[in-house]
Design a protein around this ligand. Structure first.
Ligand code: PMP
Length: 370
């Protein structure tokens, strides 16, 4: 574990106290849908809450397979403790000591750390702010090598909110297939988009590994319920890793997940997603009104605000985020937390309450002007 630390996202949040506005956290502020809580409360006494099958309840795996909309056998699904464990399990299976894994820059910082923990070497492929952080196939191709064990993509993308167009995803899948390299597709934000729906590379590539969870879509981060869908020849080592590390996902959360995936909480989930779309519009309007530059998000609940133009000599985005927190009591995440290509941006989250979004953006504009 030497050199592997908690992410800067956590560190920024740890610096905050109760008096701060928080535009930093990566979770919805909505409570878990009422219908799910009611279902658990009404039925928990009748469930056998022992160990479940290691890879999860059969019915849950069937619901997950059906949800993904292409030919998935439930036997290729492993239910995990959130997407985080799914990423870990997939990388532990795919990475041999010294292998490269391609990770996006900017990107979710855990990717590079988990690759290192699995004995591999993270190699970044650049996403460019000037082109809206769109997927750059040339950058991926240039980073591939004979020792590349996997390519991680994340769409909709944290921290940029980018949603890749279908054709780019198809071309990437064809490229990776032609080299025999699996894509690990992190789809935790798949339900959170504002214009075109994201396309999974699994539609094009039989070797694709899909990682997903209930965390973001259903405001269930603390339930720790996710899954990994893998090619048939990967399920056995993946299930062994999963069994030996965590045994199974929580039985209570698996019951809640079956209820959610049968549609039991869809009305509230859809209301929450509509509210999120309103908050996105509000955040964009506030940023524009205050004259701040940003990359318009097509998905997720994050916006990358460009702080280079307004504050060219401030130093790093980390210094800027810390000074902004100290002076204006607003938590944001420095773009550098997501890689070198995130430098010059702050990530703000519009999952916060509308009043906090308005006030936080107002304080950011004031801070950048002084
Ligand atoms: N992938 C991305 C891109 C994320 O942002 C997160 C959570 N912040 C995760 C995976 C992990 O999600 P989970 O709660 O399902 O473990």
């Amino acid at each position: 574990m030497e050199g592997i630390e908690k992410t800067l996202i956590r560190q920024m949040n740890d610096l905050a106290d109760g008096s701060c506005l928080n535009l930093g956290l990566g979770e919805l502020r909505f409570p878990t849908p009422r219908a799910i809580l009611d279902h658990v409360r009404d039925h928990i006494g009748s469930w056998r809450l022992g160990y479940t099958p290691n890879e999860g309840f059969r019915e849950l795996k069937e619901l997950i397979a059906a949800r993904h909309g292409w030919a998935v056998e439930p036997g290729r699904v492993c239910v995990t403790n959130g997407a985080q464990e799914a990423l870990f399990a997939a990388l532990m299976v795919l990475v041999d000591s010294g292998d490269d894994v391609l990770v996006p820059d900017p990107g979710y910082p855990a990717y590079a750390s988990i690759v290192k923990m699995a004995g591999g070497v993270p190699r970044s492929y650049a996403l460019n702010g000037a082109s809206g952080f769109a997927l750059d196939i040339g950058a991926v191709e240039a980073a591939l090598s004979p020792s590349t064990a996997a390519v991680i993509i994340n769409c909709p993308h944290n921290p940029t909110g980018a949603v890749y167009d279908r054709e780019s995803v198809r071309v990437l899948a064809a490229l990776c297939d032609s080299r025999g390299i699996p894509i690990i597709s992190d789809e935790v934000y798949a339900a959170i988009y504002y214009d075109r729906a994201p396309t999974s590379p699994a539609f094009f590539s039989p070797r694709c590994v899909v990682v997903d969870s209930l965390s973001k879509t259903y405001s269930m981060t603390g339930w720790r319920l996710g899954w990994c869908i893998v090619p048939e020849d990967m399920i056995s080592p993946l299930a062994a890793f999963h069994q030996l590390s965590v045994t199974c996902a929580s039985a209570v959360s698996q019951h809640a997940a079956m209820f959610a995936l049968r549609g039991g909480a869809d009305a509230e989930k859809d209301d929450n997603l509509r509210e999120l779309a309103r908050r996105r519009d509000l955040a964009i309007a506030c940023l524009k009104r205050n004259g701040l530059a940003f990359v318009e998000p097509a998905g997720t609940f994050y916006i990358m605000v460009d702080v280079t133009t307004r504050r060219p000599r401030f130093g790093t985005s980390l210094d800027l985020a810390k000074a902004f927190l100290a002076r204006e009591k607003v938590v944001t995440i420095p773009g550098s937390a997501f890689g070198a290509r995130g430098e010059g941006y702050l990530r703000i989250s519009f999952a916060a309450a509308p009043a906090d979004i308005e006030e936080g953006v107002r304080r950011l504009a004031r801070f950048l002007q002084n």
